[in-house]
Design a protein around this ligand. Structure first.
Ligand code: FAD
Length: 455
């Protein structure tokens, strides 16, 4: 241990800077701050260090922390998996022809599933175990998990800065010396923890910035190759539409209510093009959303609702359609409807609303008209799965596991850099395994990074 004079740290040098405020980053920041508090208190007792507060900074680019955490497990957050045998737990991470589980043993020796439960339970969050050993907060709310992490960071005295954009890192002698924000502000630290997540659900902030930086630091980073694939549907009526393209429609993805979730949750909304195939739906918009739909399918049923006429507000559409029916009162409804949309869709829509194909416009009841237009604005497609994904190698992408020391989560290339959470290239099963990786790697990195302030 160094003498106290040498340990004096310049006021503008942080002990630890964590980049990314998702579950892994929040856990890492809270742990670093708590560890430093404990260590400084001990040093003070032995007279080797005068009192000072830990200087831990969390930088987040969004206006708030943990956006993805709040949508986990359909909004209920599947915190971990109650498989207490670490060997069995870790065997789920073994990807194709790989022994990824080997990497995690040393990290899990420091923080395992029981530690996670003890952590949350001791901080007032009751948990319950559901089917497949999935652990959820008793509150059924991801927000209460978020609250525990926030309180943990507050207790440790972590400084949180949201809406921060990093421009560059400055390296010196195999370490990161500082980072510079786009405002020009330079931030120096003893150690840096990278926790910027992967690339799924970019609207939550996980846009892969960390992957680019890790490459810059010399790390091997494999891109996510979660397949961009067509979707298969449970609906049989769409088979007759094979070859039909719908342009300029609006697609909204819902996670359906399950035994686990109290209500259906809206996830994505996008405008684009959809092509019906024999097995389901495809086209660029569908391919781009396939990875997210695949993630949601792990947690329950998924429906995509199509707004076939997104440019027309419901009241406008109702007025226009009523006018059309009036002007064509002696025509059949099917022919009037065909003026608004591809003819191939007319029969399925009428069948779904139980309107006889030979109904004349003048005899269409108000109730049936409302029912029909409701379907035009929200035609449900029930997703069965991802087509051909069994043939594709689906990995999350991330930094090569061999380049990280899992005893500390320290980079083997940059001696004061730690990497946690979704930035690591594991094939993650569903069921709380991904978040357990965040808790374990966050705690291990948070603890190890404090050493850089004390060595
Ligand atoms: C729909 C869905 C449901 C899921 N449900 C579960 C579940 O129930 N259980 C489970 O175990 N796993 C679940 N997962 C997986 C889990 O959400 C992830 O494994 C976890 O969020 C990864 O945490 P992380 O902290 O590594 O990264 P993220 O949660 O992605 O957080 C990264 C943070 O870094 C910030 N950031 C990114 N770039 C920068 C930058 N340049 N500067 C500053 N900040 C930056 C982001 O804004 C974000 O706040 C789910 C995933 C999805 C998509």
């Amino acid at each position: 241990m160094k003498a106290s004079s040498e340990m004096t740290i310049s006021k503008n040098i942080w002990d630890v800077v964590v980049i990314g405020g998702g579950p892994a980053g929040m856990m890492a920041a809270g742990t670093a701050a708590m560890e430093l508090s404990k260590k400084f208190a001990l040093l003070e007792q032995t007279g080797t260090e005068s009192t000072r507060a830990p200087k831990v900074l969390l930088l987040e680019k969004n206006s708030s922390l943990g956006k993805k955490l709040l949508i986990t497990g359909g909004g209920r957050c599947n915190i971990t998996n109650a498989e207490f045998d670490t060997r069995i737990f870790l065997s789920k991470f073994s990807g194709r022809n790989r022994k990824d589980d080997q990497f995690l043993f040393s990290a899990f020796a420091k923080w395992d599933v029981q530690d996670t439960l003890d952590f949350f339970n001791s901080r007032g969050l009751e948990t319950k175990v559901e089917a497949l050993k999935r652990v959820f907060p008793a509150t059924d709310s991801a927000e209460s998990v978020w609250d525990v992490l926030e309180a943990y960071m507050k207790e440790g005295g972590v400084t949180v800065r949201c809406k921060q954009s990093i421009k560059k890192f400055t390296q010196k002698d195999g370490t990161i010396e500082s980072l510079t924000l786009i405002t020009g502000e330079e931030i120096r630290a003893r150690s840096f923890i990278l926790a910027t997540g992967g690339k799924s659900r970019p609207e939550t902030g996980s846009t892969g910035d960390g992957f680019a930086w890790l490459k810059e630091f010399g790390h091997s980073v494999s891109e996510s190759n979660a397949a961009l694939v067509p979707l298969t549907l449970k609906d049989t009526w769409t088979k007759d539409l094979s070859g039909l393209t719908l342009d300029d429609i609006q697609l909204t993805v819902f996670q359906e209510k399950t035994e686990d979730t109290a209500h259906r949750i809206k996830h994505l909304r996008t405008k684009g093009k959809l092509l019906f195939s024999h097995k389901g739906i495809t086209g660029p918009t569908i391919l781009n959303m396939s990875r997210d739909v695949g993630e949601l399918l792990k947690y329950g049923d998924v429906t995509i609702e199509l707004d076939l006429l997104p440019s027309k507000a419901p009241d406008v559409l109702h007025a226009e359609f009523q006018e059309l029916l009036k002007m064509n009162s002696n025509k059949k409804v099917k022919n009037v409807l065909a003026e608004l949309m591809p003819a191939a869709l007319v029969q399925p829509l009428l069948e779904m609303t139980a309107i006889d194909l030979d109904t004349f416009s003048h005899s269409l009841t108000r109730e049936k008209r409302i029912e029909l237009l409701k379907l035009v604005k929200a035609l449900p497609l029930h997703v069965k799965g991802l087509q051909g994904v069994e043939k594709a190698i689906v990995t999350s992408g991330g930094v090569a596991l061999t380049e990280i020391d899992f005893k500390t989560m320290r980079s083997r290339l940059i001696s004061n850099l730690y990497v946690v959470g979704d930035l690591l290239n594991f094939d993650r099963p569903s069921g709380g395994y991904s978040l357990q990786i965040c808790w374990t790697t966050g705690v291990v990195a948070g603890t190890s990074a404090t050493q850089d302030s004390l060595d």
